[in-house]
Write a protein that binds this ligand. Structure first.
Ligand code: NDP
Length: 335
């Protein structure tokens, strides 16, 4: 069934608010989930809602946490998410971060003690729409084996980059360090679909295409072999700069119901206007060369197209998921 975006937003908000997310914060968190579903990033859309609910119900994450923002030095923000969601921490710090980047040319944020369970692009697309270049990274609980290792130490650590354009939406790419994100492995498991070769291994380190084996006690592999492992390592270092836990220190695996990771986020914001004139024209010239060389789809283009269609037609939601949303948000509606 097709559900209008605003209706889906309201349903997800109610589910979150009913399960402990502060009513003032539920719209923001719901918006990242709905945006992912709207734009076709289904690995981090509605599929994730049960994980948010479960982590909230078991007390692993505090939906009412109020983040604390410190300024340890010029151009630096250090945020303690206080065991709440990373998006709330970023929203709290974003106005100061933008003001700093506008003043100094760049600003760096690190968040510790936060849970990021979503796609990264919703964090930075709005910043690039304001004219900033943004780079963000998140570490997650250990899920990958890298550099000939046999034990999971690093997470599927995603990174996203957003570049403003002159009169078009920003170019935004967003990718996990693993060949396939955990969310896509979950989707394959739900659809009883084998994984492509080279995505994961079993507990003994033997290649497997069975998503359930990978999820149970296997591991994911970095994309690009050694090089993906190197990126995951860099992300682990930068995302934990503010004192966040490393992926191997995350204790969610020990707590029944805990699905999200308590980890860190890094965000670098650059104001290209402070480096002189002509940046946007140069980016257009670069994109023109890429187009001329045969590039059709830029990262983000497909999402923007799916967004356009969803805004017109609504978002496809299965009757089962719609019933789940109604059921889980019921008591709030009645209150
Ligand atoms: P994908 O492999 O689906 O996509 C990676 C990037 O490549 C996207 O920016 C995508 O653009 C772009 N792209 C894909 N195909 C093309 C193409 N043909 N031409 C041009 N660009 C293309 O991403 P992943 O599976 O690696 O990651 C999925 C999501 O998982 C991400 O949003 C990531 O943030 C999230 N994630 C979150 C974690 C967390 O802890 N919060 C952990 C790990 C992952 P487009 O967007 O337009 O499709």
């Amino acid at each position: 069934m097709k559900v209008p975006i605003a209706e889906l937003q309201s349903l997800v908000e109610q589910v979150l608010a009913h399960h402990g997310v502060a009513p003032a914060r539920a719209p923001l968190l719901a918006a990242t989930i709905v945006a992912a579903e709207r734009d076709g990033s289904r690995s981090h859309g509605l599929q994730r809602l049960a994980g948010y609910v479960s982590s909230l119900l078991c007390g692993w994450v505090n939906g009412a946490a109020e983040p604390v923002v410190h300024e340890p030095g010029p151009g630096l923000l250090k945020v303690d998410a206080r065991n709440g969601f990373a998006q709330v921490a970023l929203a709290e710090a974003a106005p100061r971060l933008c003001a700093m980047a506008a003043r100094h040319g760049s600003a760096t944020l690190t968040t510790a003690n936060g849970h990021h369970f979503a796609a990264l692009w919703p964090d930075i697309e709005p910043l690039a729409a304001e004219g900033y270049i943004a780079l963000t990274m998140v570490n997650t609980r250990a899920r990958m084996v890298v550099w000939q290792g046999t034990r999971k130490v690093l997470g599927t650590n995603p990174m996203a980059f957003a570049c403003p354009r002159k009169s078009a939406p920003p170019v935004v790419w967003d990718q996990a360090s693993s060949v396939m994100s955990q969310g896509d492995v979950l989707l394959a498991s739900a659809a009883r679909r084998p994984l492509p070769e080279g995505v994961g291994v079993d507990a003994a380190g033997t290649a497997t295409t069975d998503p359930d084996t990978v999820l149970k006690d296997g591991a994911l592999l970095p994309y690009g072999g050694i090089k993906g492992g190197s990126l995951a390592f860099m992300i682990e270092v930068l995302a934990t700069l503010g004192g966040a836990r490393f992926g191997f220190e995350d204790e969610s695996g020990k707590i029944p119901g805990a699905v999200t990771s308590n980890a860190g986020q890094f965000l670098l914001l650059i104001d290209p206007r402070r480096f002189g004139d002509g940046f946007l024209d140069r980016i257009e010239a670069l994109i023109e060369q890429l187009r001329d060389a045969g590039t059709g789809r830029l990262p983000g283009d497909l999402r923007y197209e799916r967004r356009r269609i969803a805004e017109r037609d609504g978002i496809d939601v299965s009757p089962e998921v719609h019933a789940y949303l109604k059921r889980k948000g019921q008591r709030v509606s009645a209150a």
